[in-house]
Design a protein around this ligand. Structure first.
Ligand SMILES: NC(=O)c1ccc[n+]([C@@H]2O[C@H](COP(=O)([O-])OP(=O)(O)OC[C@H]3O[C@@H](n4cnc5c(N)ncnc54)[C@H](O)[C@@H]3O)[C@@H](O)[C@H]2O)c1
Ligand SMILES: [Zn+2]
Ligand SMILES: [Zn+2]
Length: 376
């Protein structure tokens, strides 16, 4: 079948992206579903800062790649052997599936599955296949999802069936922003009632952490950003305080507010100075949770004896340390109950022709989640 998709051929083209056009909007071929695969009509796909980082070349990708790793759509066809999904099902498209039988999958940590990591690095589906091409030349998959396209072929593990009454544009956000932002709070940090929390980086992912920390009952939720325009919504969604990352007195203010530092500091901006702030504002015995992703060459230093004497914990959280079929229905229930109003993160919808401009808007910090509607 032939369809429209956004293809990245080269990383590291300069901003403004509206001029360098890193995402080429093209007709491409999609083949399948084969045995054990599913064809999804993509109805909405969100633009994440990780897309921007890859366009900028901060982390390498196998190119040419059909971009997009967050989305929602409708199952149109299932391949042989697929029993859990049927044509007409509404699904969230997400990254965190696993092989199901390695030590990580058995231990309910499928985002760490070696098979997923290997297929992601090669730009293939989890079953080792490739369904995308253009003019007979291969195109690669993004994280087994490739949602910046009218259709996607993927494996059932990358799909979570949802209640069809949930609007598909809202549902798309659950594929990355919500599962990551909420999951780092619930699964990685395990925030409980009474804990104090700081979220550094109040973008699409960070605001989901704010909402989740509120659901978890955190007593103080301190939102920190370099961009003050993010503060009013952060306060509405649960921040008890908002502080500027540009304020030289920031660390002291957090220590005063919390009596010595927060229990959990979530770094969700991907900026190296923000990681230093996260370390500085965490109390003794507290946890620094790394969620933002900068350049793959970034390194951090920490004083050896202070690590021991202060008993701090450093923890990473990939895709909210999720088990997609367990967590996404739970977070959708919080949304339906009005406890996580993630629709507030939507900064408008667009068709393919606006995708490169949308990269500029995200880089300039003017927006939260912008949604591609591939059939508009
Ligand atoms: N761990 C994961 O699995 C995972 C999943 C998705 C996204 N990410 C990463 O999470 C980060 C956030 O993604 P997003 O889509 O929410 O991005 P976003 O662009 O919507 O938000 C980033 C926010 O960080 C703020 N910021 C930038 N520098 C800062 C600094 N020094 N101090 C404080 N705030 C600062 C920006 O103003 C912005 O509000 C990115 O690095 C992204 O790559 C990680
Ligand atoms: Zn993402
Ligand atoms: Zn596995």
């Amino acid at each position: 079948m032939r369809m429209i998709a956004a293809v990245m051929y080269e990383q590291g083209l300069p901003a403004p992206y509206a001029e360098s056009l890193p995402l080429k909007i093209e007709e491409v071929d999609i083949e399948g579903p084969g045995e054990g695969e599913v064809l999804v009509e993509v109805r909405a796909a969100g633009l994440c800062h990780s897309d921007l980082s890859q366009v900028a070349g901060l982390r390498k990708r196998t190119v040419p790649v059909v971009m997009g790793h967050e989305g929602a759509g409708i199952v149109r066809e299932v391949g042989g052997g697929v029993t859990e999904l049927a044509p007409g099902d509404h699904v969230v498209m997400t990254v965190g599936s696993g092989c199901g039988h390695c030590r990580y999958c058995i231990g309910r940590r499928p985002v760490l599955c070696d098979a997923v990591g290997a297929s992601r690095a090669k730009g293939l589906l989890l079953n080792g296949r490739r369904a995308l091409s253009r003019g007979g030349s291969p195109l690669f998959h993004h994280s087994g999802v490739s949602s910046f396209a009218q259709y996607a072929v993927t494996v059932p593990g990358s799909l979570v069936k949802i209640d069809p009454s949930i609007p598909l544009d809202v549902a798309a956000l659950f594929g990355c922003a919500v599962v990551t932002g909420a999951g780092c709070v619930f699964n990685a940090a395990r925030v409980h009632a009474g804990h104090t929390v700081a979220v550094i980086g109040l973008g699409g992912v960070g605001l989901c952490s704010v909402m989740a920390a509120k659901v978890a009952g955190a007593s103080q939720i301190i939102g920190i950003d370099i961009n003050d325009s993010k503060f009013p919504l952060a306060q509405e969604l649960g921040c008890t305080h908002t502080l500027s990352a540009r304020d030289p007195g920031l660390v002291q203010q957090v220590k005063e507010l919390t009596g010595g530092g927060v229990d959990f500091a979530f770094e969700i901006s991907g900026s190296k100075p923000a990681m230093a702030t996260a370390i500085a504002i965490t109390c003794k015995g507290g946890e620094v949770v790394g969620v933002g992703m900068g350049s793959s060459s970034d390194l951090y230093e920490y004083a050896h004896t202070a690590l021991v004497a202060e008993e701090k914990v450093f923890r990473g959280s990939l895709m909210g340390s999720c088990v997609p079929k367990r967590d996404i229905p739970q977070y959708l229930a919080y949304y339906q109950q009005g406890r996580m109003p993630v629709d507030r993160l939507m900064s408008g919808t667009m068709s393919f022709d606006a995708l490169n401009i949308a990269l500029d808007r995200l880089e300039n910090g003017a927006v939260l989640r912008q949604l591609l509607l591939p059939h508009r």
